[in-house]
Design a protein around this ligand. Structure first.
Ligand SMILES: Cc1cc2nc3c(=O)[nH]c(=O)nc-3n(C[C@H](O)[C@H](O)[C@H](O)COP(=O)(O)OP(=O)(O)OC[C@H]3O[C@@H](n4cnc5c(N)ncnc54)[C@H](O)[C@@H]3O)c2cc1C
Length: 553
Protein backbone atom coordinates (compact mmCIF):
# COMPACT_ATOMS: atom_id res chain seq x y z
CA UNK A 1 0.00 0.00 0.00
CA UNK A 2 1.64 3.22 -1.09
CA UNK A 3 -0.70 6.08 -1.82
CA UNK A 4 -2.17 8.18 0.98
CA UNK A 5 -5.55 7.83 -0.77
CA UNK A 6 -5.46 4.10 -0.15
CA UNK A 7 -4.48 4.48 3.48
CA UNK A 8 -7.76 6.23 4.30
CA UNK A 9 -10.07 4.28 2.07
CA UNK A 10 -9.69 0.62 0.99
CA UNK A 11 -10.05 0.32 -2.77
CA UNK A 12 -12.73 -2.04 -3.92
CA UNK A 13 -11.71 -3.66 -7.18
CA UNK A 14 -14.38 -4.90 -9.57
CA UNK A 15 -12.21 -6.86 -12.03
CA UNK A 16 -8.74 -8.41 -12.23
CA UNK A 17 -6.79 -8.99 -15.44
CA UNK A 18 -3.47 -10.75 -15.88
CA UNK A 19 -0.76 -10.01 -18.40
CA UNK A 20 3.01 -10.27 -18.81
CA UNK A 21 3.67 -6.51 -18.86
CA UNK A 22 1.69 -3.46 -17.80
CA UNK A 23 2.75 -0.24 -19.59
CA UNK A 24 1.63 3.01 -17.97
CA UNK A 25 1.33 5.95 -20.40
CA UNK A 26 -0.03 5.99 -23.96
CA UNK A 27 2.34 8.48 -25.56
CA UNK A 28 4.83 7.73 -28.32
CA UNK A 29 7.08 5.92 -25.84
CA UNK A 30 4.43 3.71 -24.18
CA UNK A 31 2.82 2.76 -27.49
CA UNK A 32 6.29 2.14 -28.98
CA UNK A 33 7.09 -0.22 -26.09
CA UNK A 34 3.80 -2.07 -26.66
CA UNK A 35 4.69 -2.67 -30.31
CA UNK A 36 8.29 -3.60 -29.54
CA UNK A 37 7.16 -6.17 -26.94
CA UNK A 38 4.51 -7.59 -29.29
CA UNK A 39 7.20 -8.09 -31.95
CA UNK A 40 9.13 -10.13 -29.33
CA UNK A 41 5.94 -12.16 -28.62
CA UNK A 42 5.49 -10.57 -25.19
CA UNK A 43 1.90 -9.77 -24.12
CA UNK A 44 1.14 -6.38 -22.65
CA UNK A 45 -1.64 -4.14 -21.44
CA UNK A 46 -1.25 -0.38 -22.02
CA UNK A 47 -3.16 2.14 -19.94
CA UNK A 48 -3.51 5.92 -20.22
CA UNK A 49 -5.36 8.06 -17.71
CA UNK A 50 -6.73 10.02 -20.69
CA UNK A 51 -6.17 8.73 -24.19
CA UNK A 52 -3.35 8.20 -26.67
CA UNK A 53 -1.09 11.27 -27.05
CA UNK A 54 -2.72 13.12 -24.14
CA UNK A 55 0.69 14.28 -22.92
CA UNK A 56 3.69 15.76 -24.72
CA UNK A 57 3.25 13.34 -27.64
CA UNK A 58 0.08 15.17 -28.67
CA UNK A 59 1.39 18.66 -27.94
CA UNK A 60 4.66 19.18 -29.76
CA UNK A 61 5.81 20.71 -33.06
CA UNK A 62 5.89 17.36 -34.85
CA UNK A 63 9.48 18.05 -35.86
CA UNK A 64 11.40 14.92 -36.78
CA UNK A 65 14.79 16.29 -35.81
CA UNK A 66 17.70 15.76 -38.17
CA UNK A 67 19.74 16.41 -35.02
CA UNK A 68 20.99 19.80 -36.25
CA UNK A 69 19.17 21.64 -33.45
CA UNK A 70 21.29 19.88 -30.84
CA UNK A 71 24.76 20.06 -32.42
CA UNK A 72 25.84 22.96 -30.18
CA UNK A 73 24.38 21.91 -26.84
CA UNK A 74 24.02 18.14 -26.92
CA UNK A 75 25.99 16.32 -29.66
CA UNK A 76 25.00 12.92 -28.23
CA UNK A 77 21.28 13.75 -28.71
CA UNK A 78 22.08 15.14 -32.17
CA UNK A 79 23.48 11.78 -33.27
CA UNK A 80 20.60 9.85 -31.68
CA UNK A 81 18.12 12.07 -33.55
CA UNK A 82 19.89 11.64 -36.87
CA UNK A 83 19.92 7.85 -36.58
CA UNK A 84 16.34 7.56 -35.36
CA UNK A 85 14.94 10.03 -37.91
CA UNK A 86 16.61 8.05 -40.71
CA UNK A 87 15.07 4.82 -39.41
CA UNK A 88 11.59 6.32 -39.09
CA UNK A 89 11.68 7.82 -42.59
CA UNK A 90 12.47 4.36 -43.95
CA UNK A 91 10.26 2.18 -41.76
CA UNK A 92 7.17 4.33 -41.10
CA UNK A 93 6.96 6.65 -44.13
CA UNK A 94 3.17 7.00 -43.67
CA UNK A 95 3.86 8.99 -40.48
CA UNK A 96 6.54 11.25 -41.95
CA UNK A 97 6.68 14.13 -44.42
CA UNK A 98 10.20 14.65 -45.73
CA UNK A 99 9.98 18.42 -45.84
CA UNK A 100 13.65 19.23 -45.39
CA UNK A 101 14.65 22.09 -43.13
CA UNK A 102 16.52 25.38 -43.10
CA UNK A 103 18.55 26.99 -40.32
CA UNK A 104 18.58 30.75 -40.84
CA UNK A 105 20.27 33.63 -39.06
CA UNK A 106 18.90 37.17 -39.39
CA UNK A 107 20.61 40.53 -39.01
CA UNK A 108 21.64 40.98 -35.38
CA UNK A 109 22.18 37.23 -34.74
CA UNK A 110 25.68 36.14 -33.73
CA UNK A 111 27.57 35.42 -36.95
CA UNK A 112 30.35 33.58 -35.13
CA UNK A 113 27.78 31.18 -33.70
CA UNK A 114 26.32 30.60 -37.18
CA UNK A 115 29.78 30.02 -38.67
CA UNK A 116 30.39 27.00 -36.37
CA UNK A 117 27.17 25.27 -37.47
CA UNK A 118 28.33 23.35 -40.60
CA UNK A 119 31.39 21.97 -38.85
CA UNK A 120 29.35 20.75 -35.87
CA UNK A 121 26.78 19.14 -38.19
CA UNK A 122 29.57 17.35 -40.00
CA UNK A 123 30.95 16.02 -36.70
CA UNK A 124 27.49 14.59 -35.90
CA UNK A 125 27.16 13.08 -39.39
CA UNK A 126 24.31 15.45 -40.36
CA UNK A 127 24.17 16.63 -43.98
CA UNK A 128 24.33 20.42 -44.06
CA UNK A 129 24.56 22.60 -47.16
CA UNK A 130 25.10 26.35 -47.08
CA UNK A 131 22.74 28.32 -49.35
CA UNK A 132 23.07 31.89 -50.54
CA UNK A 133 20.41 34.20 -49.15
CA UNK A 134 18.86 34.43 -52.63
CA UNK A 135 18.68 30.65 -52.93
CA UNK A 136 17.05 30.41 -49.51
CA UNK A 137 14.51 33.12 -50.39
CA UNK A 138 13.68 31.32 -53.59
CA UNK A 139 13.00 28.10 -51.70
CA UNK A 140 11.06 29.88 -48.94
CA UNK A 141 9.69 33.25 -50.07
CA UNK A 142 8.30 34.01 -46.57
CA UNK A 143 11.82 34.22 -45.10
CA UNK A 144 12.81 37.63 -43.80
CA UNK A 145 14.65 40.02 -46.12
CA UNK A 146 17.03 40.42 -43.15
CA UNK A 147 18.26 36.84 -43.52
CA UNK A 148 22.06 36.75 -43.44
CA UNK A 149 22.87 33.02 -43.39
CA UNK A 150 20.99 29.88 -44.42
CA UNK A 151 21.83 26.18 -44.25
CA UNK A 152 19.82 23.24 -45.56
CA UNK A 153 19.45 20.11 -43.32
CA UNK A 154 17.35 16.92 -43.56
CA UNK A 155 14.72 17.91 -40.96
CA UNK A 156 11.26 16.39 -41.52
CA UNK A 157 7.86 16.29 -39.84
CA UNK A 158 6.11 13.43 -38.08
CA UNK A 159 2.43 12.92 -37.25
CA UNK A 160 2.57 11.82 -33.59
CA UNK A 161 -1.11 10.81 -33.50
CA UNK A 162 -0.70 8.47 -36.43
CA UNK A 163 2.51 7.13 -34.96
CA UNK A 164 0.83 6.20 -31.66
CA UNK A 165 -2.21 4.76 -33.43
CA UNK A 166 -0.02 2.70 -35.77
CA UNK A 167 2.03 1.40 -32.82
CA UNK A 168 -1.12 0.22 -31.02
CA UNK A 169 -2.72 -1.09 -34.19
CA UNK A 170 0.34 -3.15 -35.09
CA UNK A 171 0.62 -4.50 -31.53
CA UNK A 172 -3.08 -5.51 -31.69
CA UNK A 173 -2.53 -7.23 -35.02
CA UNK A 174 0.38 -9.21 -33.59
CA UNK A 175 -1.91 -10.41 -30.77
CA UNK A 176 -1.78 -10.37 -26.97
CA UNK A 177 -1.84 -6.56 -26.60
CA UNK A 178 -4.70 -4.62 -25.02
CA UNK A 179 -5.13 -0.85 -24.74
CA UNK A 180 -7.32 0.73 -22.01
CA UNK A 181 -8.09 4.42 -22.46
CA UNK A 182 -9.09 6.71 -19.56
CA UNK A 183 -7.51 4.27 -17.14
CA UNK A 184 -4.89 5.58 -14.74
CA UNK A 185 -2.78 3.77 -12.18
CA UNK A 186 -3.74 4.96 -8.70
CA UNK A 187 -1.82 2.54 -6.52
CA UNK A 188 0.54 -0.43 -6.50
CA UNK A 189 0.39 -3.53 -4.31
CA UNK A 190 3.98 -4.32 -3.32
CA UNK A 191 5.33 -7.31 -1.40
CA UNK A 192 8.97 -8.18 -0.71
CA UNK A 193 10.46 -5.93 -3.38
CA UNK A 194 8.01 -7.02 -6.09
CA UNK A 195 4.97 -5.23 -7.48
CA UNK A 196 2.15 -7.76 -7.26
CA UNK A 197 -0.56 -5.65 -8.92
CA UNK A 198 -1.42 -2.18 -10.12
CA UNK A 199 -4.75 -0.72 -9.08
CA UNK A 200 -6.11 1.27 -11.99
CA UNK A 201 -9.13 3.51 -12.19
CA UNK A 202 -11.32 3.94 -15.25
CA UNK A 203 -12.15 7.65 -15.13
CA UNK A 204 -15.22 7.23 -17.36
CA UNK A 205 -16.96 4.39 -15.54
CA UNK A 206 -15.37 4.87 -12.11
CA UNK A 207 -14.52 1.14 -12.13
CA UNK A 208 -11.39 -0.04 -10.30
CA UNK A 209 -9.39 -2.62 -12.19
CA UNK A 210 -6.56 -4.72 -10.78
CA UNK A 211 -3.86 -5.49 -13.34
CA UNK A 212 -1.53 -8.29 -12.32
CA UNK A 213 1.65 -8.37 -14.41
CA UNK A 214 5.13 -9.84 -14.23
CA UNK A 215 6.74 -6.52 -15.22
CA UNK A 216 5.53 -2.91 -14.84
CA UNK A 217 6.77 -0.11 -17.11
CA UNK A 218 6.36 3.54 -16.23
CA UNK A 219 6.22 5.51 -19.51
CA UNK A 220 4.35 8.39 -17.90
CA UNK A 221 6.33 11.22 -19.56
CA UNK A 222 6.13 14.32 -17.36
CA UNK A 223 4.11 12.29 -14.79
CA UNK A 224 6.81 9.61 -14.51
CA UNK A 225 8.23 11.02 -11.26
CA UNK A 226 4.78 10.91 -9.61
CA UNK A 227 4.15 7.35 -10.80
CA UNK A 228 7.60 6.24 -9.59
CA UNK A 229 6.89 7.79 -6.18
CA UNK A 230 3.58 5.93 -6.06
CA UNK A 231 5.68 2.75 -6.27
CA UNK A 232 7.96 4.04 -3.50
CA UNK A 233 10.85 5.01 -5.83
CA UNK A 234 12.65 8.31 -5.26
CA UNK A 235 15.26 7.99 -7.99
CA UNK A 236 13.37 9.77 -10.79
CA UNK A 237 14.16 13.47 -10.71
CA UNK A 238 12.53 15.63 -13.34
CA UNK A 239 12.40 19.32 -14.17
CA UNK A 240 9.21 20.54 -15.78
CA UNK A 241 9.50 22.94 -18.67
CA UNK A 242 6.31 24.26 -20.21
CA UNK A 243 6.29 25.01 -23.93
CA UNK A 244 3.57 26.95 -25.75
CA UNK A 245 2.97 26.58 -29.48
CA UNK A 246 0.69 28.27 -32.01
CA UNK A 247 -1.06 26.90 -35.08
CA UNK A 248 -1.54 29.11 -38.16
CA UNK A 249 -4.52 28.84 -40.49
CA UNK A 250 -2.28 28.20 -43.52
CA UNK A 251 0.97 26.49 -44.20
CA UNK A 252 3.52 29.28 -44.49
CA UNK A 253 6.61 27.32 -45.54
CA UNK A 254 7.36 24.06 -47.28
CA UNK A 255 10.26 23.28 -44.97
CA UNK A 256 10.93 23.33 -41.26
CA UNK A 257 12.50 26.73 -40.47
CA UNK A 258 14.84 27.00 -37.47
CA UNK A 259 16.51 30.14 -36.22
CA UNK A 260 20.28 29.73 -36.15
CA UNK A 261 21.01 31.06 -32.67
CA UNK A 262 21.14 29.57 -29.17
CA UNK A 263 17.68 28.00 -28.55
CA UNK A 264 15.12 30.65 -27.55
CA UNK A 265 11.40 31.45 -27.84
CA UNK A 266 9.64 31.33 -31.22
CA UNK A 267 12.59 29.95 -33.13
CA UNK A 268 11.03 26.94 -34.89
CA UNK A 269 8.31 26.96 -37.53
CA UNK A 270 7.18 23.48 -38.54
CA UNK A 271 4.74 22.76 -41.36
CA UNK A 272 2.05 20.25 -40.38
CA UNK A 273 0.09 19.31 -43.48
CA UNK A 274 -2.05 22.34 -44.26
CA UNK A 275 -0.93 24.47 -41.26
CA UNK A 276 2.30 25.65 -39.64
CA UNK A 277 3.19 25.25 -35.97
CA UNK A 278 5.23 28.00 -34.31
CA UNK A 279 7.09 27.42 -31.06
CA UNK A 280 8.16 27.34 -28.48
CA UNK A 281 8.55 29.04 -25.17
CA UNK A 282 10.31 27.27 -22.32
CA UNK A 283 9.18 28.16 -18.82
CA UNK A 284 10.00 26.32 -15.62
CA UNK A 285 6.83 25.08 -13.94
CA UNK A 286 6.26 22.97 -10.85
CA UNK A 287 3.61 20.61 -12.18
CA UNK A 288 3.06 18.52 -15.31
CA UNK A 289 -0.61 19.52 -15.26
CA UNK A 290 0.16 23.15 -16.11
CA UNK A 291 -0.54 23.09 -19.82
CA UNK A 292 -2.59 26.20 -20.56
CA UNK A 293 -0.98 28.71 -22.93
CA UNK A 294 -0.95 32.33 -21.73
CA UNK A 295 -1.34 35.51 -23.77
CA UNK A 296 2.23 36.53 -22.86
CA UNK A 297 3.62 33.27 -24.22
CA UNK A 298 1.58 33.63 -27.40
CA UNK A 299 2.82 37.21 -27.90
CA UNK A 300 6.43 36.17 -27.28
CA UNK A 301 6.28 33.42 -29.90
CA UNK A 302 4.73 35.74 -32.48
CA UNK A 303 7.22 38.56 -31.84
CA UNK A 304 10.28 36.28 -32.00
CA UNK A 305 9.02 34.17 -34.89
CA UNK A 306 8.29 37.28 -36.99
CA UNK A 307 12.00 38.16 -37.08
CA UNK A 308 12.51 34.96 -39.08
CA UNK A 309 9.19 34.89 -40.99
CA UNK A 310 7.60 38.38 -41.03
CA UNK A 311 4.22 36.96 -42.18
CA UNK A 312 3.86 35.48 -38.69
CA UNK A 313 3.12 38.95 -37.30
CA UNK A 314 -0.24 39.14 -39.07
CA UNK A 315 -1.05 35.47 -39.68
CA UNK A 316 -4.39 34.05 -38.58
CA UNK A 317 -3.81 31.72 -35.64
CA UNK A 318 -6.45 29.05 -35.10
CA UNK A 319 -5.26 27.76 -31.76
CA UNK A 320 -2.48 27.73 -29.18
CA UNK A 321 -1.54 24.83 -26.97
CA UNK A 322 1.00 24.04 -24.30
CA UNK A 323 2.58 20.92 -22.88
CA UNK A 324 5.15 20.19 -20.25
CA UNK A 325 8.53 18.65 -21.14
CA UNK A 326 10.00 16.28 -18.59
CA UNK A 327 13.69 17.14 -18.48
CA UNK A 328 15.84 14.61 -16.72
CA UNK A 329 17.62 16.45 -13.93
CA UNK A 330 21.35 15.82 -13.81
CA UNK A 331 23.34 18.15 -11.51
CA UNK A 332 21.97 21.61 -10.78
CA UNK A 333 21.78 23.27 -14.19
CA UNK A 334 19.30 26.09 -14.00
CA UNK A 335 18.88 26.71 -17.70
CA UNK A 336 16.04 24.55 -19.10
CA UNK A 337 17.27 25.05 -22.64
CA UNK A 338 20.63 23.46 -21.85
CA UNK A 339 19.38 20.49 -19.80
CA UNK A 340 19.94 17.23 -21.70
CA UNK A 341 17.20 16.23 -24.14
CA UNK A 342 18.38 12.64 -23.92
CA UNK A 343 16.35 10.03 -22.09
CA UNK A 344 16.73 8.13 -18.85
CA UNK A 345 15.84 4.49 -18.13
CA UNK A 346 15.78 3.50 -14.45
CA UNK A 347 15.56 -0.16 -13.44
CA UNK A 348 14.78 0.80 -9.79
CA UNK A 349 16.79 -2.15 -8.48
CA UNK A 350 18.55 0.16 -6.01
CA UNK A 351 15.08 1.14 -4.78
CA UNK A 352 14.47 -2.49 -3.85
CA UNK A 353 12.03 -3.18 -6.68
CA UNK A 354 12.77 -5.99 -9.10
CA UNK A 355 9.95 -5.74 -11.66
CA UNK A 356 9.45 -2.02 -12.30
CA UNK A 357 11.24 0.42 -14.61
CA UNK A 358 10.81 4.05 -15.66
CA UNK A 359 11.57 5.55 -19.06
CA UNK A 360 11.32 9.30 -19.45
CA UNK A 361 12.88 12.40 -21.03
CA UNK A 362 14.01 12.14 -24.64
CA UNK A 363 12.09 13.29 -27.69
CA UNK A 364 9.38 12.18 -30.02
CA UNK A 365 12.13 11.64 -32.61
CA UNK A 366 13.87 9.12 -30.35
CA UNK A 367 10.76 7.29 -29.09
CA UNK A 368 11.67 4.04 -30.90
CA UNK A 369 15.11 3.88 -29.31
CA UNK A 370 13.59 4.62 -25.89
CA UNK A 371 11.11 1.79 -26.47
CA UNK A 372 13.89 -0.56 -27.61
CA UNK A 373 16.03 0.01 -24.50
CA UNK A 374 13.02 -0.44 -22.22
CA UNK A 375 11.82 -3.58 -24.00
CA UNK A 376 15.39 -5.00 -23.84
CA UNK A 377 15.31 -4.66 -20.05
CA UNK A 378 11.80 -6.09 -19.73
CA UNK A 379 12.56 -9.02 -22.08
CA UNK A 380 15.75 -9.84 -20.23
CA UNK A 381 13.87 -9.84 -16.91
CA UNK A 382 11.23 -12.15 -18.40
CA UNK A 383 13.90 -14.48 -19.80
CA UNK A 384 12.78 -13.72 -23.37
CA UNK A 385 15.73 -13.74 -25.76
CA UNK A 386 13.92 -12.55 -28.90
CA UNK A 387 15.77 -9.55 -30.37
CA UNK A 388 14.31 -6.09 -30.97
CA UNK A 389 12.66 -5.99 -34.39
CA UNK A 390 11.52 -2.34 -34.59
CA UNK A 391 14.91 -1.40 -36.08
CA UNK A 392 14.22 -3.51 -39.16
CA UNK A 393 10.47 -4.13 -39.39
CA UNK A 394 8.40 -1.69 -41.47
CA UNK A 395 5.37 -0.29 -39.64
CA UNK A 396 2.26 -1.61 -41.45
CA UNK A 397 -0.20 1.14 -42.39
CA UNK A 398 -3.40 0.38 -40.42
CA UNK A 399 -6.58 1.16 -42.37
CA UNK A 400 -8.25 2.96 -39.49
CA UNK A 401 -5.09 4.98 -38.62
CA UNK A 402 -4.88 6.92 -41.88
CA UNK A 403 -7.45 9.61 -41.01
CA UNK A 404 -5.06 11.78 -38.99
CA UNK A 405 -3.05 12.57 -42.12
CA UNK A 406 -3.62 16.16 -43.25
CA UNK A 407 -5.12 16.29 -46.72
CA UNK A 408 -5.81 12.54 -46.80
CA UNK A 409 -9.57 12.67 -46.16
CA UNK A 410 -10.47 14.51 -49.41
CA UNK A 411 -8.16 12.19 -51.34
CA UNK A 412 -9.82 9.00 -50.07
CA UNK A 413 -13.29 10.52 -50.37
CA UNK A 414 -12.69 11.61 -53.94
CA UNK A 415 -11.20 8.23 -54.92
CA UNK A 416 -14.21 6.33 -53.48
CA UNK A 417 -16.57 8.57 -55.51
CA UNK A 418 -19.61 7.79 -53.35
CA UNK A 419 -22.12 10.68 -53.38
CA UNK A 420 -23.94 9.20 -50.35
CA UNK A 421 -20.80 9.53 -48.23
CA UNK A 422 -21.62 12.89 -46.65
CA UNK A 423 -18.81 15.25 -45.65
CA UNK A 424 -19.16 15.94 -41.90
CA UNK A 425 -16.11 18.18 -41.34
CA UNK A 426 -15.90 20.68 -44.17
CA UNK A 427 -12.63 22.36 -43.14
CA UNK A 428 -10.74 19.07 -43.31
CA UNK A 429 -13.20 17.22 -45.58
CA UNK A 430 -13.78 14.29 -43.21
CA UNK A 431 -16.58 12.06 -44.56
CA UNK A 432 -19.01 9.91 -42.59
CA UNK A 433 -17.23 6.75 -43.82
CA UNK A 434 -14.14 7.91 -41.88
CA UNK A 435 -16.20 8.32 -38.71
CA UNK A 436 -17.79 4.88 -39.25
CA UNK A 437 -14.38 3.28 -39.63
CA UNK A 438 -12.95 5.02 -36.58
CA UNK A 439 -15.80 4.11 -34.22
CA UNK A 440 -15.77 0.52 -35.49
CA UNK A 441 -12.10 -0.39 -35.59
CA UNK A 442 -9.60 2.34 -34.64
CA UNK A 443 -7.42 1.54 -31.62
CA UNK A 444 -9.54 2.25 -28.54
CA UNK A 445 -12.83 1.74 -30.43
CA UNK A 446 -14.05 -1.04 -28.12
CA UNK A 447 -15.93 1.44 -25.94
CA UNK A 448 -18.23 4.34 -26.83
CA UNK A 449 -16.01 7.03 -28.32
CA UNK A 450 -16.32 10.64 -27.30
CA UNK A 451 -16.05 13.36 -29.96
CA UNK A 452 -12.59 14.15 -28.56
CA UNK A 453 -11.53 10.53 -29.07
CA UNK A 454 -12.81 10.65 -32.67
CA UNK A 455 -11.02 13.96 -33.30
CA UNK A 456 -7.79 12.49 -31.98
CA UNK A 457 -8.07 9.71 -34.56
CA UNK A 458 -9.00 12.00 -37.48
CA UNK A 459 -8.65 15.59 -38.72
CA UNK A 460 -12.12 16.54 -37.44
CA UNK A 461 -11.99 19.84 -35.55
CA UNK A 462 -8.46 20.68 -36.68
CA UNK A 463 -9.41 23.29 -39.33
CA UNK A 464 -10.15 27.02 -39.05
CA UNK A 465 -13.60 26.54 -37.46
CA UNK A 466 -12.02 24.35 -34.76
CA UNK A 467 -14.92 21.93 -34.66
CA UNK A 468 -17.72 24.52 -34.46
CA UNK A 469 -19.68 22.86 -37.27
CA UNK A 470 -18.27 19.35 -37.50
CA UNK A 471 -18.74 18.78 -33.76
CA UNK A 472 -22.47 19.26 -34.25
CA UNK A 473 -22.59 17.30 -37.50
CA UNK A 474 -20.62 14.31 -36.22
CA UNK A 475 -22.61 14.26 -32.97
CA UNK A 476 -25.89 14.36 -34.90
CA UNK A 477 -24.72 11.69 -37.32
CA UNK A 478 -23.83 9.38 -34.41
CA UNK A 479 -27.28 9.99 -32.87
CA UNK A 480 -28.87 9.10 -36.23
CA UNK A 481 -26.82 5.91 -36.31
CA UNK A 482 -27.97 5.05 -32.77
CA UNK A 483 -24.34 5.13 -31.56
CA UNK A 484 -25.14 7.94 -29.12
CA UNK A 485 -28.36 7.80 -27.12
CA UNK A 486 -29.90 9.95 -24.37
CA UNK A 487 -27.82 12.88 -23.35
CA UNK A 488 -24.39 11.31 -23.88
CA UNK A 489 -23.87 12.80 -27.34
CA UNK A 490 -24.72 16.28 -26.09
CA UNK A 491 -22.29 15.87 -23.21
CA UNK A 492 -19.60 14.78 -25.66
CA UNK A 493 -20.33 17.84 -27.84
CA UNK A 494 -20.05 20.18 -24.87
CA UNK A 495 -16.78 18.59 -23.73
CA UNK A 496 -15.37 18.66 -27.25
CA UNK A 497 -16.22 22.35 -27.76
CA UNK A 498 -14.83 23.35 -24.40
CA UNK A 499 -11.57 21.53 -25.19
CA UNK A 500 -11.36 23.33 -28.54
CA UNK A 501 -12.15 26.61 -26.78
CA UNK A 502 -9.18 26.15 -24.43
CA UNK A 503 -6.98 26.24 -27.53
CA UNK A 504 -8.64 29.35 -28.95
CA UNK A 505 -8.93 31.55 -25.89
CA UNK A 506 -5.47 33.13 -26.26
CA UNK A 507 -5.73 33.82 -30.01
CA UNK A 508 -9.06 35.64 -30.16
CA UNK A 509 -8.28 38.51 -32.46
CA UNK A 510 -8.98 39.32 -36.11
CA UNK A 511 -10.83 36.63 -38.05
CA UNK A 512 -10.53 34.13 -35.22
CA UNK A 513 -12.57 36.49 -33.02
CA UNK A 514 -15.41 36.39 -35.57
CA UNK A 515 -15.09 32.60 -35.65
CA UNK A 516 -15.44 32.47 -31.87
CA UNK A 517 -18.58 34.63 -31.93
CA UNK A 518 -20.13 32.25 -34.42
CA UNK A 519 -19.11 29.23 -32.34
CA UNK A 520 -20.68 30.78 -29.24
CA UNK A 521 -23.93 31.52 -31.10
CA UNK A 522 -24.11 27.92 -32.33
CA UNK A 523 -23.14 26.14 -29.15
CA UNK A 524 -24.81 28.33 -26.55
CA UNK A 525 -27.53 30.14 -28.55
CA UNK A 526 -28.69 27.27 -30.78
CA UNK A 527 -27.86 24.14 -28.78
CA UNK A 528 -27.83 25.60 -25.25
CA UNK A 529 -24.87 23.39 -24.36
CA UNK A 530 -23.82 25.83 -21.65
CA UNK A 531 -27.11 25.09 -19.80
CA UNK A 532 -27.00 21.32 -20.26
CA UNK A 533 -26.55 20.44 -16.60
CA UNK A 534 -29.18 22.95 -15.48
CA UNK A 535 -31.63 21.39 -17.97
CA UNK A 536 -30.89 17.90 -16.73
CA UNK A 537 -31.32 18.95 -13.09
CA UNK A 538 -34.57 20.72 -13.92
CA UNK A 539 -35.82 17.68 -15.84
CA UNK A 540 -34.89 15.44 -12.92
CA UNK A 541 -36.73 17.77 -10.53
CA UNK A 542 -39.74 17.73 -12.84
CA UNK A 543 -39.89 13.95 -12.96
CA UNK A 544 -39.25 12.89 -9.44
CA UNK A 545 -39.95 15.76 -7.10
CA UNK A 546 -43.18 15.10 -5.22
CA UNK A 547 -45.64 17.97 -5.32
CA UNK A 548 -47.69 19.14 -2.36
CA UNK A 549 -50.50 16.93 -3.62
CA UNK A 550 -48.26 13.88 -3.48
CA UNK A 551 -48.03 13.53 -7.27
CA UNK A 552 -44.78 13.88 -9.21
CA UNK A 553 -44.45 16.98 -11.34
C1 LIG B 1 6.23 21.99 -26.25
C2 LIG B 1 6.96 20.75 -26.70
C3 LIG B 1 7.47 20.66 -27.99
C4 LIG B 1 8.16 19.53 -28.40
N1 LIG B 1 8.57 19.42 -29.69
C5 LIG B 1 9.16 18.28 -30.11
C6 LIG B 1 9.48 18.11 -31.48
O1 LIG B 1 9.16 18.94 -32.32
N2 LIG B 1 10.13 16.97 -31.84
C7 LIG B 1 10.47 16.01 -30.94
O2 LIG B 1 11.09 15.03 -31.33
N3 LIG B 1 10.12 16.12 -29.63
C8 LIG B 1 9.47 17.21 -29.21
N4 LIG B 1 9.08 17.33 -27.90
C9 LIG B 1 9.33 16.21 -26.97
C10 LIG B 1 8.30 15.09 -27.17
O3 LIG B 1 7.02 15.59 -27.38
C11 LIG B 1 8.31 14.17 -25.97
O4 LIG B 1 9.62 13.81 -25.66
C12 LIG B 1 7.54 12.86 -26.23
O5 LIG B 1 6.30 13.12 -26.82
C13 LIG B 1 7.37 12.14 -24.92
O6 LIG B 1 6.55 11.01 -25.12
P1 LIG B 1 6.21 10.06 -23.91
O7 LIG B 1 5.38 8.97 -24.44
O8 LIG B 1 7.47 9.69 -23.21
O9 LIG B 1 5.39 10.99 -22.88
P2 LIG B 1 3.90 11.57 -23.04
O10 LIG B 1 3.53 11.75 -24.44
O11 LIG B 1 3.82 12.76 -22.15
O12 LIG B 1 3.00 10.40 -22.48
C14 LIG B 1 2.81 10.15 -21.11
C15 LIG B 1 1.40 9.63 -20.93
O13 LIG B 1 1.26 9.13 -19.60
C16 LIG B 1 -0.09 9.31 -19.23
N5 LIG B 1 -0.17 9.21 -17.77
C17 LIG B 1 0.29 10.08 -16.85
N6 LIG B 1 0.00 9.64 -15.60
C18 LIG B 1 -0.64 8.45 -15.75
C19 LIG B 1 -1.19 7.50 -14.83
N7 LIG B 1 -1.16 7.68 -13.49
N8 LIG B 1 -1.78 6.40 -15.34
C20 LIG B 1 -1.86 6.20 -16.68
N9 LIG B 1 -1.36 7.07 -17.57
C21 LIG B 1 -0.76 8.17 -17.13
C22 LIG B 1 -0.42 10.70 -19.76
O14 LIG B 1 -1.82 10.88 -19.91
C23 LIG B 1 0.33 10.71 -21.09
O15 LIG B 1 -0.51 10.38 -22.19
C24 LIG B 1 8.37 18.46 -27.48
C25 LIG B 1 7.84 18.54 -26.19
C26 LIG B 1 7.12 19.66 -25.81
C27 LIG B 1 6.52 19.71 -24.44
Amino acid sequence: MNSPERACQPLSVSRTVETEVLIIGGGATGTGIMRDLALRSIQSHLIDKQDLCAGASGGNHGLLHSGARYVFSDPHSAIECREEADLLKRLAPQCVEETGGLFVAVAGDDEKYAAKFPELCKAAGITCKELTVDEALQLEPHLSGDTIKAFEVPDATVDPFRLALENVNHAHELGGSVYHSHTGVVDFEIENGTIKAAICKNYHSGELLKIVAKQYVNAGGAWAMNIAKMAGCNDVSLLYSKGTLLVTNDRLTKRVINRLRPPADGDILVPGGTVSVLGTTSLRTDTPENSRPTIDEVNKNVAEGSAMIPALSNARYIRAFARVRPLVQEGDDNNDRSVTRSFSLKNHEDQNLSNFCTITGGKLTTFRLMAEKTADLVAQRLGNTNPCLTRVTPMPAGTSCKWTEPGASPKYWYEANNPDDMILCECEMVPQSAIDQIVQCAPGAEKEMTLEAIALRSRAGKGPCQGSFCGIRIGSYLYDRGYYTDQTGLNHMRDFFSERFKGMRTVIWGQQAAQMELAEALHCGLLGLDCLDEDVNAAADNTIAPTSTGKTK
